[in-house]
Design a protein around this ligand. Sequence first.
Ligand SMILES: NC(=O)c1ccc[n+]([C@@H]2O[C@H](COP(=O)([O-])OP(=O)(O)OC[C@H]3O[C@@H](n4cnc5c(N)ncnc54)[C@H](OP(=O)(O)O)[C@@H]3O)[C@@H](O)[C@H]2O)c1
Length: 229
Amino acid sequence: MDNPVVVVGGAGRVGRLVAQRLLERGAAVRVVDHALQHARRHLPPGVAFTLGDVRDPAGLAEPLARCSAVVYCVDPGTADTGPDSPQSTVYQGLCNVLDAARAAGQRPHVVLISQHHATHWGHPLNAYGRVLEWRLAGEEALRESGLPYTVIRPGWLTDGAAGLRVRLAQGDRGNGQVSRQDVAEACVQALYCPSASGVTFEMFNETGVAPSHWEGLFAALEWDQVPVA
Ligand SMILES: NC(=O)c1ccc[n+]([C@@H]2O[C@H](COP(=O)([O-])OP(=O)(O)OC[C@H]3O[C@@H](n4cnc5c(N)ncnc54)[C@H](OP(=O)(O)O)[C@@H]3O)[C@@H](O)[C@H]2O)c1
């Protein structure tokens, strides 16, 4: 990566793992998050931190300037309306980040953490601020942004260690768990594997051996069908 990778929501539990793994690969890392205490406590030395809120576009221009890539890890909130609603965080906030990331003709690769069941609007989860509908709206905004992208829909997140088999699936029919460690690794691998561009997939752990060849895992996926503008 020639320019920094920006991890939005990067002081959170997956985001800080993404930041750490990127540093280990020698990437420059910027984190944007509104959780100052999490950032102080959990971010590794070497990360450039900006206190910012995705609902406030004015604060996004500077940290997203001249970036190579963006990883979006913000959690949705549960309110039906207002600033803590999924509409504000995982839809409008993502759109604000995409606008800032595209400024001055930049074309960063954007990795979005969404969630499995994003297309199942009858699921009980959707009672919380229509989170699944706004997740899907955010995914669609990214797929139609014209930027290189990867959409990751993890199953239920756990804090277990990495080391299990990882299954990538498509069609949003699966259910299961996946560790934050593996989701963070998938985010980073997506930035370094060309075959991860232009795909949407669910992600689960299963019994078996941890992946050693992510390029092959991504290459087995179908590309998204994105309407031509
Ligand atoms: N839990 C599950 O089973 C599950 C399953 C699938 C997908 N996911 C999704 O996976 C993603 C990563 O999960 P995680 O466990 O890492 O979540 P997390 O620990 O809650 O991290 C999210 C980070 O985003 C920050 N944030 C929230 N709103 C923000 C805003 N408006 N502007 C800037 N920063 C903001 C949070 O700060 P605060 O903590 O101060 O809000 C937190 O630091 C989330 O989108 C989550 O919803 C979760």
